[in-house]
Design a protein around this ligand. Structure first.
Ligand SMILES: CC(C)(COP(=O)(O)OP(=O)(O)OC[C@H]1O[C@@H](n2cnc3c(N)ncnc32)[C@H](O)[C@@H]1OP(=O)(O)O)[C@@H](O)C(=O)NCCC(=O)NCCS
Length: 162
């Protein structure tokens, strides 16, 4: 039987964040990123903190905000272990980009650690430039910095061979 679950992307609420924290390993595996799930982001930037939910819970989420200089900054994005590779990460970014654009963003930015090769490949696929920035997180703490102009509606798929 093929079960098609209807996914809805909406603003994140405090209950959602607690749910995500309870199931943290399903989004982040062994990495403990719980301290980065800042309540203030959800409370103050509700329009750019989004969850994708279906009947069986939260499939993915993005927490971000728009800076005063027009950058839509993605602080965290993750899809649940059983929802990966289905296009959900792209959908979440698209919704975030639309929301950020409505709130004045002209570009997107995100960061990740050099070892997060999945995130680097994902961001490249979504059209981000990738830069290695030494000392970004303090002395000796290199980070990968992703940047991309808005709007987000460019079709980045390879053309079909003719
Ligand atoms: C990174 C993450 C959010 C991607 O979510 P996803 O739902 O699997 O992504 P999508 O299915 O929308 O993929 C979009 C595109 O990126 C590509 N992509 C996604 N993850 C990839 C990976 N690990 N390696 C290579 N390409 C990848 C997909 O192939 C797809 O390309 P396509 O459009 O040509 O088919 C997800 O793997 C995740 O939650 N990882 C753990 C948390 C994390 O590291 N978050 C990022 C922190 S900055």
């Amino acid at each position: 039987m093929l079960l098609v679950m209807r996914l809805q992307i909406t603003s994140a609420g405090m209950t959602d964040i607690h749910q995500v924290l309870a199931d943290h390993h399903r989004y982040w595996g062994e990495r403990d990123l719980r301290p980065l799930h800042l309540v203030a982001l959800v409370q103050e930037f509700g329009e750019t903190c989004l969850v994708a939910r279906a009947g069986d819970g939260i499939h993915g989420y993005v927490l971000g905000f728009v800076t005063p200089t027009g950058t839509g900054y993605v602080h965290l994005i993750a899809t649940r272990d059983d929802a990966r590779g289905t296009g959900l990460g792209r959908r979440l970014y698209t919704e975030f980009a639309d929301a950020a654009h409505r709130h004045g963003a002209q570009r997107l930015k995100a960061i990740t650690s050099p070892g997060n090769t999945g995130s680097i490949a994902f961001h490249r696929r979504l059209g981000f430039d990738v830069q290695t920035v030494d000392d970004y997180n303090g002395p000796g703490r290199t980070m990968m910095v992703f940047r991309r102009a808005l709007p987000f509606d460019v079709d980045l798929r390879e053309p079909e061979p003719s």
